[in-house]
Ligand binder design. Structure first.
Ligand code: ASP
Length: 459
C-alpha cells in the first residue's frame, strides 16, 4: 500500500484536484491520500491557511470576519463548481457542509485560549480540503471517504500551533489499512486532537508530517509526497537558475539536514516517522506524474566526497562570548544556556573554542527587550571579557554522505568563499558527519550559495 500526500498547490483549484484523482486512480496501491489546504494558484494569491489565520485574527480582535470567510468559501466553491460536484446527487451537499463547518468554527470562538481557537480555525483548511477531494473521487465513481483525524486516533500534545504526535497514535492509525482495503481514505493533513479532544496543529507545512505518520502506521511500501517540482534540486533554483538536474536518490539524514537549512520541499520534522519505520519517501510532481522524482532512503551509494545539496537559511542571531580560562570554569555552558532557556530561546548551534563560545539561535521573537535582559544576565552571572550579539546571520549548509571521510572538503569550500570576498563568521564541521555549516552575513547569503554550488557541482 502507498500513502500519497498532496501539497497546497495540488489542491489549489479544480484542475489540480482532477490531477489528484487521475494519479490515484492510475495505481491501485495508492489507497491513503493526505491533503493540504488549497495553496496559491499564482504568485499574488493567498493560501487558504493564511486566510484562515486572518479570519481567526479578526474574530479575536472583535472585527467582522465575514469578508474573509466568504473568500475562503469561494476557494472551495471554485473547486466544487469546476468539478461539477454541484451537479452530482452524491456530492451536491458538500459545499453547504463546508460553509456550515467554517461558520460553526467561527461561532465557537473562545477568547480564553486564543492559541487553541487559532488552531481550530487553521485546521479547517485541510479538513475541508479532504471533504472536497473525497467528493471528487466519488463523483468519478471511485469509492472514497473523508476520515476525521480525531476519530482515526491521531493524538497530539497540546502545544497549539507546534504540537507533536503522541506515540500511541501509531497503533490506532494502523487500522486505517483496513478502511483503505474498502475505499480510498482521504485524510486531512496538518492537525490531530489532544487527549481532551481539542484540535491541535503541527508547525506550518505540517501536512508532510501527517503523511509520514500514516505511512509509518500502516507500514506503507512507500510514502509518495506530491508537490510542484520534478525533484529535489541540489540548490534552490531561485538562487541558481541554471541548476537543471534533480537529485535521484538521497538519504534520510541528507534530507533532514537540507530541509532544516532551508529546502522548502519537505517539512524537516516529517522525515522522522518515516525513518523510524524505514519507509522510503518519494518526492514527486503532481503536474508531471511520470517523472520519477527524488527517492529518500536509508542508504545510497555515495561517492567519496560527493555533495548532494547546498541549502541556506536566514534569520539567525549569533551570540559570541569571550572569557579567558572559560575552559576551566565548571558550569559555564550550563549557566549560559539557562539564561537563554529562561527567555524561552531554543539554541540551534553552539560551536566553542578554549576561551570562547558562539550560540546561534533564531532571530524571531528576540526583541530588543529580550536582548537587553539576556545581555544583563550574561554580564552579571558570567562576567565575560567580551559579549557580542549580531543579528542578520545566515547559515549555509553543505550536505553529503561521505563528506566526512574526504580530506580537503572544508578547504575547497572556504577557498570558494574567499575568492568571492565573503567572510565566514562561524564554521562548524564535524558535529555532523554529513554536513559542513557556515555562518555568513545575510547580505552575502546568495553569493555564498552560488560560489559553493560552482565549487562543488561545476568544477
Ligand atoms: N496548510 C498548512 C500550511 O500552509 C499545512 C501544509 O500545507 O502542510 O502551513
Amino acid at each position: 500500500m502507498k500513502v500519497c500526500k498532496f501539497g497546497g498547490s495540488s489542491v489549489a483549484d479544480d484542475v489540480q484536484v482532477a490531477k489528484i484523482c487521475d494519479i490515484v486512480a492510475s495505481d491501485p496501491a495508492r489507497r491513503i491520500v493526505v491533503v493540504s489546504a488549497p495553496g496559491k494558484r499564482n504568485k499574488q494569491d493567498t493560501k487558504v491557511t493564511d486566510l484562515l489565520i486572518e479570519c481567526a485574527g479578526r474574530c479575536l480582535t472583535q472585527k467582522d470576519p465575514q469578508e474573509v470567510l466568504e473568500a475562503i468559501v469561494e476557494r472551495y466553491a471554485q473547486i466544487y463548481r469546476g468539478l461539477g460536484l454541484d451537479k452530482n446527487r452524491e456530492t451536491e451537499g458538500v459545499l453547504a457542509e463546508i460553509r456550515a463547518d467554517l461558520e460553526q468554527r467561527v461561532a465557537s470562538m473562545d477568547l480564553s485560549n486564543a492559541a487553541r481557537f487559532m488552531d481550530s480555525m487553521k485546521a479547517a483548511g485541510e479538513d475541508n480540503s479532504a471533504r472536497i477531494v473525497a467528493a471528487a473521487f466519488r463523483a468519478r465513481g471511485i469509492r472514497a471517504a473523508y476520515k476525521n483525524p480525531g476519530e482515526a486516533g491521531l493524538l497530539m500534545s497540546d502545544d497549539f500551533g507546534n504540537a507533536q504526535v503522541l506515540p500511541e497514535s501509531y497503533d490506532r492509525l494502523a487500522n486505517l489499512a483496513f478502511d483503505a482495503e474498502r475505499e480510498i481514505v482521504v485524510f486531512p493533513g496538518f492537525f490531530g486532537v489532544t487527549r481532551k479532544g481539542e484540535i491541535a496543529t503541527f508547525p506550518r507545512g505540517g501536512s508532510d508530517i501527517t503523511g509520514s505518520i500514516l505511512a509509518a502506521a500502516v507500514k506503507a511500501k512507500v510514502y509518495e509526497n506530491f508537490t510542484d517540482v520534478d525533484a529535489v534540486y541540489p540548490v534552490d533554483p531561485r538562487l541558481v537558475p541554471e541548476v537543471s538536474e534533480g537529485i535521484a536518490e538521497m538519504t534520510y539524514r541528507e534530507m533532514r539536514e537540507l530541509s532544516y537549512a532551508g529546502f522548502g520541499v519537505f517539512q524537516d520534522e516529517a522525515i522522522i516517522p518515516a525513518v523510524k519505520a524505514a519507509i522510503p519517501i518519494n518526492i514527486r510532481n503532481t503536474n508531471h506524474p511520470d517523472a520519477p522524482g527524488t527517492m529518500i532512503l536509508h542508504h545510497r551509494r555515495a561517492r567519496q566526497g560527493s555533495v548532494v545539496g547546498i541549502a541556506s537559511s536566514s534569520g539567525f542571531c549569533t551570540l559570541y562570548i569571550d572569557k579567558y580560562m572559560m575552559n576551566r570554569e565548571v558550569g559555564f555552558g550550563r549557566k549560559l544556556l539557562q539564561i537563554l532557556e529562561d527567555e524561552g530561546i531554543s539554541y540551534e548551534h553552539m560551536p566553542s573554542g578554549i576561551d570562547n563560545v558562539s550560540v546561534i539561535f533564531r532571530e524571531e521573537g528576540f526583541t530588543p527587550e529580550v536582548e537587553g535582559r539576556v545581555r544583563d544576565h550574561i554580564m552579571r552571572d558570567l562576567q565575560p571579557d567580551n559579549l557580542q550579539i549580531e543579528r542578520g546571520t545566515s547559515l549555509i549548509m553543505i550536505v553529503g554522505e561521505g563528506l566526512y571521510y574526504t580530506p580537503g572538503m572544508a578547504a575547497h569550500a572556504t577557498l570558494a568563499l574567499f575568492r568571492e570576498g565573503i567572510s565566514i563568521d562561524m564554521m562548524n564541521q564535524g558535529s555532523s558527519e554529513i554536513s559542513m555549516m557556515f555562518g555568513v552575513q545575510s547580505s552575502h547569503r546568495e553569493a555564498a550559495v552560488r560560489a559553493l554550488y560552482h565549487a562543488f557541482f561545476k568544477a
